[in-house]
Design a protein around this ligand. Structure first.
Ligand code: NAP
Length: 301
C-alpha cells in the first residue's frame, strides 16, 4: 500500500485492535478513543478524543490530512443501547455526523462501520441490496448513522460486519468468544441461545476487509462475515472443542430464557460474495477463526 494517513475511531475496541494488528506497512495510523490507554508496542498514534467533540475533531483534521477514516467508534452493546438510546444517539449519530462532514471538507474517504443489526432477521441470508428493517434501538441508531454517512460525506463505503469475535484489550468489553472462554476456563456453567443465527467474523478478517476498503475505496455497501452460519450454542461448542475446554458446561436455551435483553433478529447471516470478489477476502470457518485466535494467544505475566 502506498503511503497513507488513516484515522481509526474506536481504535481500542475489538475491531480497532484488529485494525492496528493488521495495518499495512506504509500506513500512518492515528487512533482515537475516549479513555486514556497505554497500548504496549502500539503501531498507532493513540489520542484521547471523543467523537462528539466537534472542536477537538476539527483541530485534529486541521493538523493532519487524512486519506481515509475508518469510523468504528460508538456505543456498540446492544443491551446497553436499548436502555440508553439517547446517550447512544449522541455517541453514534452525532459522532458520525461530525466525522462525515470533516471527511467531506478534507476530501477523505469515509468507511463507516455499521452492523448486521439493521436487518430484522426474517429473510436471511442477506445481500447488500436487501431492504433494512431493524428490530432494536441499536439497529435503528446504526441505520440512522448509515444515512448520515451517505448524506454528509463526499465519498463513502459502508461496511456491515456481523457478530465479531477475537481477543479484545482486557479493559474493553468482552465479546462472545472471550466471554465463553473465560466462563469455561473458570469451570462455570453457561446458557447459550440456540435460536439466533449469524455467520460470525474473526476481528482480524474484518480488519483485512476494511484495509482493502482503504486501498480500493470501492464505495457502496459491503457485508462482512465468516463462512459458517450457526447459532450461539453451536459457536460455544466449537470454541470448547478448539480450546480443549469442557463443552458439557454449556446448556442450550431459547431466547425466551432472557426476557430482559433487547430483541435480537433471529437470522441475520450474510452473503459475502461482494467481500470476496471486490475486497479479495475469503470467509473463514469458525474453526479456522478460533484456531487463529488460539495461535495468537499471549500469556500476560
Ligand atoms: N463487536 C461486534 O460483534 C460488532 C458487530 C457488528 C458491528 N460492530 C460495529 O463495529 C464497530 C466496532 O465495534 P467493537 O466491537 O470494536 O466496539 P467496542 O469493542 O465496544 O469498542 C468501541 C470503541 O469505540 C470507542 N468509543 C466509544 N464511544 C466513543 C466516543 N464517543 N468517542 C470516541 N471513541 C468512542 C471506545 O473507546 P473507549 O473504550 O475509550 O470508550 C472503543 O475504542 C462499532 O461501530 C460496532 O457497532 C460490532
Amino acid at each position: 500500500m502506498r503511503q497513507r494517513t488513516v484515522l481509526v475511531t474506536g481504535g481500542t475496541g475489538l475491531l480497532g485492535k484488529g485494525l492496528e494488528e493488521t495495518a499495512p506497512a506504509g500506513v500512518r495510523l492515528i487512533s482515537i478513543h475516549q479513555r486514556d490507554y497505554r497500548v504496549k508496542g502500539s503501531r498507532a498514534e493513540h489520542r484521547v478524543l471523543d467523537v462528539r467533540d466537534e472542536k477537538g475533531l476539527r483541530e485534529l483534521f486541521s493538523s493532519v490530512r487524512f486519506d481515509a477514516v475508518i469510523h468504528a467508534a460508538g456505543l456498540a452493546s446492544v443491551d446497553y443501547v436499548e436502555k440508553h438510546p439517547e446517550e447512544a444517539r449522541g455517541s453514534n449519530v452525532t459522532g458520525t455526523s461530525h466525522i462525515a462532514r470533516l471527511c467531506r471538507e478534507q476530501g477523505a474517504h469515509l468507511i463507516y462501520v455499521s452492523t448486521n443489526a439493521v436487518f430484522d432477521g426474517k429473510k436471511a441470508p442477506y445481500r447488500e441490496t436487501d431492504p433494512i428493517n431493524p428490530v432494536n434501538a441499536y439497529g435503528r441508531i446504526k441505520a440512522e448513522c448509515e444515512e448520515v454517512a451517505r448524506r454528509d460525506s463526499g465519498s463513502w463505503t459502508i461496511a456491515r460486519p456481523i457478530l465479531m469475535y477475537g481477543w479484545n484489550h482486557v479493559v474493553t468489553r468482552p465479546n462472545t468468544a472471550t466471554w465463553i472462554y473465560d466462563k469455561l476456563l473458570k469451570g462455570e456453567s453457561l446458557k447459550l441461545v440456540d435460536d439466533v443465527y449469524e455467520n460470525p467474523l474473526y476481528n482480524i478478517q474484518c480488519a483485512r476487509a476494511l484495509w482493502a476498503c482503504v486501498e480500493r475505496k470501492p464505495g457502496g455497501v459491503f457485508h462482512l462475515a465468516g463462512k459458517d452460519t450457526l447459532n450461539r450454542h453451536e459457536f460455544g461448542l466449537k470454541l470448547a472443542g478448539v480450546f480443549g475446554l469442557d463443552a458439557s458446561l454449556i446448556e442450550a436455551v431459547d431466547s425466551s430464557h432472557f426476557p430482559s435483553i433487547a430483541p435480537r433478529p433471529p437470522n441475520t447471516s450474510f452473503v459475502t460474495e461482494r467481500m470476496e470478489r471486490e475486497l479479495g477476502v475469503s470467509p473463514m470457518t469458525v474453526e479456522q477463526g478460533l484456531a487463529a485466535m488460539k495461535d495468537s494467544m499471549e500469556i500476560v505475566a
